[in-house]
Design a protein around this ligand. Structure first.
Ligand SMILES: C[S@@+](CC[C@H](N)C(=O)[O-])C[C@H]1O[C@@H](n2cnc3c(N)ncnc32)[C@H](O)[C@@H]1O
Length: 269
């Protein structure tokens, strides 16, 4: 494939043009999508201090999260670089007053500098060539005391699910990353908890809360057979999503990161 045909942006990120249908079906269709939304509905009010602050949703995709916050009275700005995803979000959010901005994360210091007391960035960092720099950019947009709801695709869970599926050679070689080509939905930069801990510290962000999203569901041998089993699975996910060691193998890791109220004191010589 020549460079000009690459689906990656000049920065090397995978914007989701050409992926909207597949994304909607595989990530939000079916039991996994249902669980993701149900778990966020349960966890966000527990993990964030919500006071109807304005929200910046970075890489807002199809708009589900923006809709969730808008329905709770937040003034929402959804930033998304893919025109195709943004058009879907516009349709989905028609009943809400959401400000839609076609822009990548990297342009936000110029286009939506805030500072913001609440930012969400869910399932985006793993699609970027430089997620570490992206976290620094997000930190720069936060107001003192501001909260970042960060969700990332968990590299350790990706290894585990590859082993469970029998992809032993791939797992042993630690060849887990996708390449962002064609319509593949394996992220190009899956993250570890260790990276989030280190990069948060680099940017002076405190990790206030952490949870695993789908700590069991993606490892089942067979999908739940009926509604009662789907309910039991959700109950199990809710019970253990913040319990060690289970949260660590969630398909996604969900964090509340907080910007300090005061800048760190100058070191005294
Ligand atoms: C897996 S989807 C997640 C969408 C949404 N946040 C959610 O949780 O459903 C990843 C999104 O990140 C967007 N994206 C890719 N590169 C980006 C960038 N540089 N800045 C902001 N968003 C980006 C994609 O276009 C896509 O809509």
């Amino acid at each position: 494939m020549s460079d000009s045909a690459s689906p990656l942006s000049p920065a090397g990120d995978r914007h989701f043009d050409g992926l909207a249908d597949k994304f909607a079906a595989s990530l939000y269709g079916g039991v996994r999508g249902e669980l993701r939304l149900a778990l966020l509905d349960h966890l966000l009010p527990e993990m964030l201090e919500l006071r109807t602050q304005p929200l910046l949703d970075v890489g807002g995709g199809l708009g589900q999260l923006a809709g969730w916050f808008a329905a709770r009275g937040h003034a929402v700005t959804l930033a998304e670089p893919s025109g195709e995803m943004l058009a879907r979000a516009r349709e989905a959010l028609a009943e809400h007053e959401v400000n839609l901005l076609q822009a990548p994360l990297q342009a936000l210091p110029e286009l939506a500098p805030g500072p913001w007391s609440l930012i969400a960035c869910h399932a985006v960092l793993e699609w970027l060539a430089d997620p570490r720099l992206a976290l620094a950019t997000l930190a720069s947009l936060l107001a003192p005391g501001g909260q970042l709801s960060l969700m990332v695709f968990n590299r350790d869970a990706l290894r585990f699910s590859n082993v469970v599926k029998g992809n032993l050679e791939k797992a042993l070689a630690d060849r887990l990353e996708g390449r962002g080509l064609r319509k593949r939905l394996t992220p190009i930069s899956p993250l570890t908890h260790g990276q989030v801990v280190a990069w948060s510290a680099e940017n002076g962000l405190a990790i206030r809360e952490v949870a695993g999203i789908r700590v069991f569901a993606d490892y089942l041998r067979a999908p739940p057979a009926n509604k009662a089993d789907r309910e039991r699975l959700l109950a199990l996910e809710q019970c253990y999503c913040r319990v060690d060691p289970h949260w660590r193998l969630g398909r996604y890791l969900l964090y509340t990161l907080e910007c300090p109220t005061h800048p760190p004191e100058e070191a005294v010589a």
